[in-house]
Design a protein around this ligand. Structure first.
Ligand code: HEC
Ligand SMILES: [Cu+2]
Length: 335
């Protein structure tokens, strides 16, 4: 039994460690959690193997043979030494693993030594995420955007809120997630360590549009982060821009706001199926109506579609001139 158990445990541990349980390691937090997970695997595989080996061996060795139908087993009245062992060993093991988990938890939540931390607001609303960069980060006005951009190797503390129901702010590649709870502000911090673009997911069933409540986080070099911040504060569309410039800017906004994820629009090359096909429904529609559809999507629900799926935040996150540009573009593209 011992030989079989040791061999099976070794095979089990090798297999368990060979599996990639986590997505890309994109933050210091991901690395520590992944190591913790590996340690838990190494501790639990042998126990699983031990229990199964003993059960299988007992079934084979002590099975009833022909002629034993009327016999009873030996009268056993407990074994104190055995009972002490099987209580104390698991208790020590659990205590050890709890302590280690607690140390990891403290470690990944620890504030960085330098006050170099970024503070960013995360706001959930059926069914979109918006991110707020306070004045201390932008160096100018507070910035609200639908795109999360973070500098690499710098700790970020998120303050998570919701406008309506419970959402859950999850970046799988950071291995961190936390509920956005009505009436509360919740927090977690990460230090991204790897350049790239990673999905942001809502991990709490929050209504009809839950599956599309997704965004992206882009981890970039510090210099590019500063460039991006500077770009955001200058309006994408200049005041008094000509019609062609407006249409061009509107096309960019359509792409960067993720409208194409839900809507088909031939000119933008998008094929989203969640909302109406804009090529069909916007033909001949006037600008005021298109604008209302974007700013207040629930005012008039397109036939055959549910209310509250299209985010109702564009009126706040897009400036007036950006909305003008977007409407001008949609008008032009569906002419
Ligand atoms: C999460 C999915 C989703 C996103 C993102 C989204 N929409 Fe919608 N949109 C819908 C749905 C669903 C409807 C139909 C229900 C309604 O009218 O509210 C709709 C309706 C519309 C309509 C009205 C269509 C009609 O039949 O009159 C317009 C115009 C529109 N969206 C434009 C946009 C633009 C522009 C963006 C980007 C700024 C955008 N949508 C982003 C899902 C989405
Ligand atoms: Cu949600």
């Amino acid at each position: 039994m011992v030989v079989a158990g040791v061999i099976a445990s070794a095979i089990g541990i090798v297999l368990a460690l060979a599996i990639e349980w986590f997505p890309t390691v994109a933050a210091t937090q991901t690395k520590k959690i992944s190591t913790l997970y590996d340690v838990l695997l190494i501790a639990s595989v042998p126990i699983f193997v031990l229990v199964v080996t003993v059960v299988v061996a007992a079934v084979i060795r002590f099975r009833m043979r022909p002629g034993q139908e009327d016999q009873d087993g030996p009268p056993i009245h407990g074994n104190t030494r055995l009972e002490v062992i099987w209580t104390v060993l698991p208790a020590l093991l659990i205590l050890g693993l709890c302590t280690y988990s607690y140390i990891v938890l403290e470690d990944i939540e620890k504030a960085p030594a330098a006050a170099q931390e970024l503070r960013i607001g995360v706001h959930g609303e059926q069914f979109a995420w918006t991110f707020t960069y306070p004045e201390e980060v932008t160096g100018g006005e507070e910035l609200t955007t639908t795109e999360l951009v973070l500098p690499v190797d710098r700790s970020v503390r998120f303050s998570i809120t919701t406008a309506d129901v419970i959402h859950d702010f999850w970046v799988p590649d950071f291995a961190m997630k936390l509920d956005a709870v009505p009436g509360l502000t919740t927090h977690y911090r990460v230090t991204p360590t790897r350049l790239g673009t990673y999905p942001v997911v809502c991990a709490e069933l929050c209504g009809l549009g839950h599956s599309v409540m997704r965004s992206r986080v882009r981890v970039v070099e510090q210099a590019e982060f500063e460039r991006w911040l500077a770009e955001q504060s200058t309006p994408a569309v200049e005041e008094g821009a000509g019609p062609d410039e407006q249409v061009a800017a509107g096309k960019q906004i359509f792409a960067s706001e993720g409208c194409g994820g839900c809507h088909t629009l031939a000119d933008a090359g998008s094929g989203g199926q969640i909302g109406p096909n804009l090529d069909d429904v916007l033909k001949g529609v006037d600008e005021a109506k298109i604008r209302e559809d974007i700013v207040d999507p629930d005012a008039q629900i397109a036939a055959g579609y549910g209310a509250g799926i299209m985010p109702s935040t564009y009126g706040q996150t897009l400036s007036d001139s950006e909305l003008d540009a977007l409407v001008a573009y949609l008008k032009e593209a569906t002419k």
